[in-house]
Design a protein around this ligand. Structure first.
Ligand SMILES: [Zn+2]
Length: 150
């Protein structure tokens, strides 16, 4: 991970703010570990999500996948940045392997991923490609644009 350059600071701040706000809606009675995430779509929309836990633990859905699914279900097929906010300054939440693979479906390897503590603290930046080298792929997907978005 690297520090942020000036050109990405505003984008990172906005996405992290949205992720932190989304974390306030986290449903995490089992872990008490709220996480928020926000994605930026190709046309500049922001979609945010929180983790949603379940009594059957394996059914829990991470904040990142909630945010991605909200964007996709609203017709978007391209994600150009993702932020996640959770944990603390010593151990901020990073996207799990499943979320990295799901992001790879809609984002290029150079897509920035911003990782921030839940409340406050330094934002670190990395890329999807750095987080998930050699992601699984069965070739170029056929991703028809939705009737309303690209
Ligand atoms: Zn995850």
């Amino acid at each position: 991970m690297t520090g942020l350059g000036c050109s990405t600071e505003a984008q990172a701040d906005a996405l992290v703010r949205a992720a932190r706000e989304a974390a306030k809606q986290a449903y995490c009675p089992y872990s008490d570990y709220p996480v928020g995430a926000a994605v930026l779509t190709g046309d500049g929309r922001v979609y945010a999500g929180c983790n949603v836990e379940n009594a059957s633990y394996g059914l829990t859905v991470c904040a990142e996948r909630v945010a991605i699914c909200k964007a996709v279900s609203d017709g978007h097929r391209t994600i150009t940045a993702l932020a996640v906010a959770g944990g603390n300054g010593n151990a901020p939440a990073t996207p799990c392997g499943a979320c990295r693979q799901v992001l790879a479906e809609f984002a290029a390897p150079e897509t920035p991923v911003y990782i921030a503590p839940l409340k406050r603290g330094r934002i670190t930046a990395t890329t999807l490609g750095a987080l998930l080298p050699g992601s699984f792929s069965i070739g170029k997907p056929h991703r028809p644009a939705s009737p309303t978005q690209n």
